[in-house]
Design a protein around this ligand. Structure first.
Ligand code: ATP
Ligand code: MG
Length: 425
């Protein structure tokens, strides 16, 4: 048998209800803040990600699914959403519409990683980008929206880390101070970090190696090397977060090493997720649009990992699967044909109707009706088929009544009210 590829998985119907809940919540919350959904392609030219994410990152360095297509062009399955959205923003001249663009996206992403709980090779993100605004209020708005989504979904035990990486000049100054501090420890750093000491020392701060982490703890802090303007930006963001009653802690080791990442960087983590704890990562990237060939455009955004969110939701109460309002039981050639017809008519009147297709004995069909979660059953046998009627049976009480099929359709409003009442009780 051919199996699914390692690091990919099927999301079965029992789990899809969680995904739908997340998608609906995201669409509603972001819709209210007037973010508009954008759908970019799943594959792009490799160069987009090399420039948009940076060759020195793990993602570009070792995690991309890159292949050459028939025309010998190098193509990559998107490992994240921002680069594609920014390309679309530039290519479609969305900046020419003036003002800010508030965009969101969702969909599969691809990274060649070691699969484990909450880490896959095909995974999904929902993300947003606010382009064309450098105000600290924009940073605060996007963080508040991430918070709204996670809270509305009922997630607790979340913590937000935040930091500022300033602008390019701030980082240049800081870099010197950091390297000065790290040099004496050079031989105690992990191998990757030793190499980064020359190429990209800031990234040493988020090394996962315990000994390197310990050394990083006492490193000079980037926030102590910010220009007045950068410090003001950061302080204002923090003040706005306090005004919004959003809890945060400053994490001096939270950095993004690339030049187009600026100012705010943040991460939201859960204490209920084990090793793969980060559900949301984001920040400001004032240099990226220009880097990718667009006009100078300040921007801020985030991405939430959907798989990790689903894992958290599954730890909460289970969500009721979508059960039908009515279940149609029929037996006999004429009855079965009428059952199908009736199901379609009732569905068009906005009722959830499951049609038993088994043709098995009434008893078996009734058992399935009970298991379906339907509130009532519509039974059509030879006798009912003969006079175009149906037996309406309320499953909880066992109460039943014979009724003409056309009368049933006439009393749909009444039927819906009763079903609604029974479902909520
Ligand atoms: P990590 O440190 O977990 O590798 P990252 O820094 O690579 O995360 P980002 O690129 O910031 O992650 O992506 C944002 C979010 O997408 C992460 O916080 C996480 O929730 C999710 N995510 C990233 N990689 C994966 C993956 N391979 N499988 C599942 N979810 C992922
Ligand atoms: Mg990663």
């Amino acid at each position: 048998m051919i199996q699914a590829l390692r690091g990919t998985r099927d999301i079965l119907p029992e789990e899809v209800v969680y995904w739908q809940l997340i998608e609906a919540t995201v669409a509603e919350i972001l819709g209210r803040a007037v973010y508009r959904e954008i759908r970019a392609p799943i594959f792009e030219q490799t160069a987009l990600f090399e420039r948009g994410i940076g060759e020195a990152t793990d993602v570009v360095g070792k995690e991309m699914y890159t292949f050459s297509s028939r025309g010998d062009q190098s193509i990559t399955l998107r490992p994240e959403g921002t680069a594609g959205v920014v390309r679309a923003y530039i290519q479609n001249k969305l900046y020419a519409q003036g003002g800010v663009q508030r965009l969101w996206y969702t969909g599969p992403m691809f990274r060649y990683e070691r699969p484990q709980a909450g880490r896959q090779r095909q995974f999904h993100q929902v993300g947003l980008e606010l382009l064309g605004c450098d105000a600290p209020r924009a940073d605060a708005e996007v963080i508040a929206l991430a918070n709204n989504i996670l809270q509305t979904l009922g997630l607790q035990n979340l913590e937000m880390d935040i930091n500022s990486v300033g602008n390019g000049e701030d980082r240049q100054n800081y870099r010197a101070a950091l390297v000065g501090y790290l040099e004496p420890y050079k031989n105690d750093l992990d191998a990757d970090s030793q190499e980064r000491l020359i190429r990209n020392p800031l990234r040493i701060l988020d090394s996962k190696d315990p000994q390197t982490q310990e050394i990083a703890q006492n490193a000079p802090k980037i926030t102590e090397h910010l220009s007045v303007a950068s410090k003001n930006h950061f302080d204002t963001v923090l003040q706005l977060l306090r005004d919004l009653n959003i809890k945060y802690q400053i994490n001096h080791c939270l950095v993004r090493g690339l030049d187009y990442y600026t100012h705010t960087a943040f991460e939201i983590k859960s204490n209920d997720l084990g090793a793969q704890a980060t559900v949301c990562g984001g920040g400001r990237y004032d240099g990226l649009v220009k880097e990718l060939g667009g006009p100078e455009t300040q921007a801020v955004g985030w991405a939430i990992g959907m798989e990790r969110l689903v894992l958290l939701l599954q730890q909460l109460d289970s969500i009721a699967v979508n059960s039908p309002d009515l279940y149609i039981v029929s037996r006999g050639v004429a009855a079965e044909a009428q059952g199908l017809l009736l199901a379609q008519k009732l569905r068009s009147l906005d009722l959830g109707v499951e049609l038993d297709l088994s043709g098995s004995a009434f008893g078996k069909q009734f058992k399935r009706a009970d298991r379906s979660g339907a509130v009532a059953c519509l039974v059509i046998g030879d006798a009912e088929a003969e006079n175009q009627s149906v037996n309406l049976k309320w499953l909880a009480s066992g109460e039943q009544q014979a009724i003409a099929q056309k009368d049933l359709l006439d009393m749909v409003a009444e039927l819906k009210a009763k079903i609604k009442g029974l479902k909520s009780s």
